[in-house]
Design a protein around this ligand. Structure first.
Ligand SMILES: Cc1cc2nc3c(=O)[nH]c(=O)nc-3n(C[C@H](O)[C@H](O)[C@H](O)COP(=O)(O)O)c2cc1C
Length: 221
């Protein structure tokens, strides 16, 4: 049955996917396949439809070299992965920010009177959840959204046999400074959130997948 086959394929992809430590640097992802991975990121859901992200694809070897000192958890991947992405989080996505209003107007095509109403709801939501407390809480909220795109990109990749590694092993301040100096953070609109490498594994994982049991992570009430 079609549904059973799809379920099996998806679960096989999750078993296949592991945090690849070393990539085969002779194998490159095709443009078409990488476009599909980016599309999975673009189509990801986000709170309020804010899409508070940008995917910076770092293919320039000299830029990868410059990143290495600030990304200790990513050095081997920067050296060997076919494609390397920095997921940037949008700063300051307040209910009344130009960015979020633009998102409602231009992307979601909301009429002005609807924007006025929902902005009030968004204000309440962001206040209630302490998202407006300070710059940090605001950017943390944007960063959460980038992890949804991250997960979808990695799953999309695994489904077509492409390996990936999510990475937080970097110095966010220093990497942010480097990217700012290179003019890659817009007008101070973005900050690095999480890194992800894509490519083909050099070797199979050293250990079998280790996960807690379903019964230990799920509680039905
Ligand atoms: C948000 C996040 C950050 C991570 N940071 C790093 C990292 O900086 N370097 C690295 O080699 N692995 C990193 N990992 C990989 C995890 O260690 C790995 O996913 C976990 O041990 C489970 O193993 P598996 O993905 O192979 O199943 C990270 C994973 C996640 C989800």
């Amino acid at each position: 049955m079609e549904k059973e086959r799809i379920k099996q394929q998806v679960l096989e992809a999750f078993h296949f996917r592991h945090a690849t430590k070393l990539y085969d640097d002779t194998k490159k992802i095709t443009d078409e396949d990488f476009q599909y991975i980016l599309e999975a990121g673009r189509l990801s859901p986000s709170s309020l439809g804010s899409e508070p992200w940008k995917f910076l694809v770092v293919q320039d070897p000299s830029m990868r070299d410059k990143m290495m000192p600030y990304c200790p958890g990513a050095v081997e991947k920067l050296r060997t992965a076919s494609h390397f992405v920095i997921l940037l989080a949008h700063k300051g996505v307040r209910y009344d920010s130009d960015y979020l209003i633009g998102q409602m107007k231009d992307i979601q095509q909301m009429p002005d009177e609807v924007i006025e109403t929902v902005t009030g709801h968004y204000k309440n939501f962001q206040e209630l959840n302490q998202i407006l407390d300070n710059e940090r809480t605001l950017v943390d909220w944007s960063m959460k959204q980038t992890y949804i795109a991250l997960g979808n990109m990695m799953t999309a990749a695994a489904l077509i046999g492409i390996d990936s590694t999510p990475m937080e092993g970097f110095n966010a301040v220093a990497l942010g400074q480097l990217l700012a100096n290179e003019g890659l953070l817009g007008n101070d609109e973005f900050t690095p959130s999480v890194l992800v490498a894509f490519g083909y594994r050099k070797e199979d994982p050293a250990r079998p997948k280790a996960r807690r049991l379903l019964n230990d992570v799920v509680e039905w009430i």
